[in-house]
Design a protein around this ligand. Structure first.
Ligand code: PMP
Length: 310
């Protein structure tokens, strides 16, 4: 990974190499962490964080799900993110806040372990590759099913639950594919290992509903909103696996993956990225880069040394 200079740890900036935890930290053993993946984009007015408030609200909800009191307010975390981006003098970057049960107690009852908060920012290009964004990627349905809602709530973004995505990712990557798609316990399409999924058929967008064991993605929400604004119909309903193979277009959405077309699923060729995927992808980047009427509502501009010097 591309290291930056500083990491924010429990209230202060420390050198990247010094941001360490004790090996007996609770989260390291039991996955008791919640986190966010956020991006800032380079704009003509300096870096701008995309939908920061929505990400911090989701972080609070994820923490509450696991009875983890976040020791900082939303405004304090927002200020910390601005401070870290500025300290690292980054233009576009990935932002990773992590709230976790730290060192102090062992065993499965976590409520007496301290809650630590760290946040890192670094340069991270297209998660599924620039070529993937342009030409699409090949995906495969994993044999591992998405964890069911009555086992671990998919709507909270917690560290431990990602073991499910990691098994699916390893399986499909070893089989030569770029991304995994997981079905839920009912056999319907849930999501990618780290993305939501959209199917286009006869000009209509379909995406699995929140109850289908998916993470309520902020990029998913953005695309639903933008598509409706463009006059497109978006339906949230269960998607049987076979529908993916005969779709006109399929794409995945996520903060890391952005809006990425799929060109093949389980050896069924979907072909070049289609016109609706292209249109929404272009609109998404216009919004994130501060070139769209919706940018004002969704971008949080950061004062950095480079910007201040301009
Ligand atoms: N589903 C899963 C399983 C994810 O990990 C992510 C990434 N956070 C998403 C969907 C997309 O969510 P978002 O658009 O908020 O990044």
């Amino acid at each position: 990974m591309k290291e930056a200079a500083k990491i924010w740890q429990n209230g202060s900036l420390v050198d990247w190499a010094d941001a360490q935890v004790h090996v007996l930290s609770h989260a390291l053993h039991y996955g008791t962490s919640v986190f966010e993946g956020i991006r800032a984009y380079r704009t003509d007015h300096g870096p701008a964080v995309f939908r920061l408030d929505d990400h911090l609200a989701r972080l609070e909800r994820s923490a509450a799900m696991y009875y983890m009191p976040v020791p900082y307010t939303r405004e304090e975390l927002r200020a910390a993110i601005h401070q870290t981006i500025a300290a690292n003098d980054l233009g576009s970057c990935y932002i990773r806040p992590l709230v976790f049960r730290g060192y102090g107690t062992m065993g499965l009852f976590p409520l007496e372990a301290p809650v630590d908060v760290v946040l890192a920012t670094w340069e991270w290009g297209a998660y599924l590759g620039e070529a993937g964004l342009r030409d699409g990627i090949r995906a495969k349905i994993a044999s591992w099913r998405r964890i069911g809602n009555s086992t671990i709530p998919a709507t909270a973004k917690a560290g431990g639950q990602y073991l499910n995505s990691i098994l699916a990712k390893i399986e499909t990557q070893k089989a030569g594919y770029e991304e995994a798609i997981l079905l839920n316990e009912q056999g319907y399409v849930a999501d990618g290992s780290g993305e939501n999924i959209f199917v286009v058929k006869d000009g209509i967008l379909v995406t699995p509903p929140i109850g289908a064991s998916i993470l309520e993605g902020i990029t998913r929400n953005t695309i639903i909103d933008l598509a409706r604004e463009e006059g497109l119909t978006v339906i949230e309903r269960d998607i049987p696996r076979a529908e993916l193979y005969f779709a006109d277009e399929v794409f995945v959405t996520g903060t890391a993956a952005e809006v990425c077309p799929l060109n093949e699923i389980d050896e069924h060729r979907l072909g070049e990225p289609g016109p609706i995927t292209r249109r929404l992808q272009e609109r998404f980047f216009r919004v994130t880069e501060g070139k769209d009427p919706r940018s004002a509502e969704w971008l949080d501009f950061v004062e950095t040394p480079a910007r201040a010097a301009r």
